[in-house]
Design a protein around this ligand. Structure first.
Ligand code: MN
Ligand code: MN
Length: 464
């Protein structure tokens, strides 16, 4: 007999179980079909603009309509509001008045990437390059030699905006950043990884064929002529462009058992999609359900489309106004799930995590009571009562979940939009999908965790 088996231990100890041991075949099938939808979403949403566009497309198909100023608000109504094409707010109006609060889930749809500089095009040694400025926390060496796509917009002086997408289509060319051959990397290898790829080395190769005109910068001239033929643009138009180089990887199933999903931008589109899927299935909630897809989280939630922007207040205030409710009452009685990814414990690098308190792959949606760094600095530190409320909701709805922390104490740290929601006097807690290789060009998540995050958010929206 297994000496470790003890009913008293079973009763008294907390044990985190692998979610695959807790779900039945029917649930496993739901995990699969949910993840198919997510993988399609991730492939369609490589930037925050594309995520918002895709979010609106899906929302409209589910009966959501754009909110219009002065609209009469009735329970059950499904509304959305896009903020400058880069952030999205959705709401399903509850049967209770907004003065009694709303239930909010807030994810972000921007991901680490390489943005083109405002004057990116130059030629050196018969090669034309686009200069970049990295966006978000990246390990620069990971972006060398991988295939990259170019996504974004060029806003013209005449008011027109051109959508650019090069590399997504299999027939398109891709872009690449070069790296040194190992044969000549003696000095490079001695440098720390912070130093060996200077930010100014992240230049995309854009072309190598010279123009027939015998002038200086002939390759750049040929590249500009090509862009002019295709898009009608001149170099000055780059000044008012937002173009991002993102990994040109298809989202793929990973592992022999296909239990994982490898792809670019799980952080945080995996939670954004979970929110969307959850609110799409939320009919006549008691409290108004609100789904936020925010921009700019990776650079501190700044800007008009970031979570610090009052665009959120404006939308919520309009809904409150329509019911004669005060926004401050609504916020004070609201709950917010700051739906963002957490680091999954990685047994290859156990030294940065404290295993007992780290999120594990396949153990479900991960609640993070505390984030920040050092002595919990920069964290909104959710209350015990809020954690208990979620324990209750998850238990009632068979949601596989776990508690998480971002690495060992004093190992580093990070933040999410949680602090900006808590600042508004909204009870807020971080919860999301554990990720391996977070912020790498290709990140890994488990299908079960993706599904449980959706299921968890849906359960919170449906709280009675
Ligand atoms: Mn994130
Ligand atoms: Mn991130």
């Amino acid at each position: 007999m297994d000496k470790e088996k003890s009913p008293r231990k079973d009763r008294l100890f907390y044990e985190q179980k692998n979610g695959h041991l807790l779900i039945d075949k029917k649930e496993a099938a739901r995990v699969e079909s949910y993840c198919k939808g997510y993988m399609d979403f991730l492939d369609a949403a490589r930037t925050e603009r594309e995520a918002v566009r895709e979010g609106i497309r899906l929302a409209e198909a589910k009966g959501f309509v754009p909110y219009k100023a002065g609209m009469k608000i009735a329970p059950g109504m499904k509304l959305y509001h896009a903020n400058r094409g880069k952030a999205l707010l959705l709401a399903v109006i509850g049967t209770k008045p907004l003065s009694e609060g709303s239930v909010i889930a807030a994810a972000h749809v921007d991901s680490p990437r390489l943005d083109l500089k405002q004057l990116p095009v130059y030629e050196d040694s018969h090669i034309c390059y686009f200069k970049t400025h990295y966006y978000g926390g990246v390990k620069k060496y990971q972006w060398l030699t991988i295939p990259l796509e170019l996504h974004g917009v060029i806003a013209l002086k005449n008011g027109e905006t051109l959508d650019i997408c090069i590399g997504r289509d299999k027939a398109d060319p891709i872009f690449q950043i070069s790296d040194l051959l190992p044969h000549l990397a003696k000095d490079q290898r001695k440098k720390s990884s912070e130093e060996f790829v200077p930010g100014e080395n992240l230049n995309l190769i854009a072309g190598t064929i010279p123009d027939s005109e015998e002038v200086g910068d002939r390759v750049k001239l040929a590249v500009m002529a090509l862009l002019n033929r295709k898009y009608g643009i001149i170099e000055e138009d780059f000044l008012s462009a937002e173009l991002s180089a993102v990994p040109a990887f298809e989202t793929r199933e990973a592992g022999l058992d296909r239990s994982l999903i490898a792809g670019y931008g799980h952080d945080d589109r995996v939670c954004a999609y979970a929110e969307l899927a959850a609110i799409f299935e939320t009919e006549n909630p008691e409290k108004t359900a609100v789904c936020i897809l925010a921009d700019k989280e990776e650079i501190g939630s700044e800007g008009v489309t970031g979570m610090k922007s009052r665009a959120f207040e404006r939308f919520m205030d309009a809904l409150c106004d329509a019911q004669g409710a005060k926004l401050s009452d609504c916020f004070a009685n609201s709950l917010c799930i700051s739906a963002d990814v957490v680091n999954a414990f990685d047994p290859v690098y156990p030294e940065v995590s404290e295993k007992r308190n780290a999120a594990q792959i396949n153990c479900g949606i991960s609640l993070c009571k505390v984030s920040g760094h050092g002595g919990k600095s920069g964290s909104s530190d959710a209350s015990a009562e809020l954690v208990a409320r979620l324990r209750r909701i998850f238990a009632d709805n068979a949601v596989v979940w776990q508690m998480a922390e971002l690495g060992k104490v004093d190992q580093g740290g990070g933040g999410t939009v949680a602090v900006y929601m808590a600042e508004r006097n909204i009870d807020t807690i971080d919860a999301g999908v554990p990720v391996l290789s977070m912020h790498a060009p290709c990140e890994t998540v488990s299908k079960l965790d993706c599904y449980m995050t959706y299921k968890g958010i849906k359960a919170v929206y449906g709280e009675k």
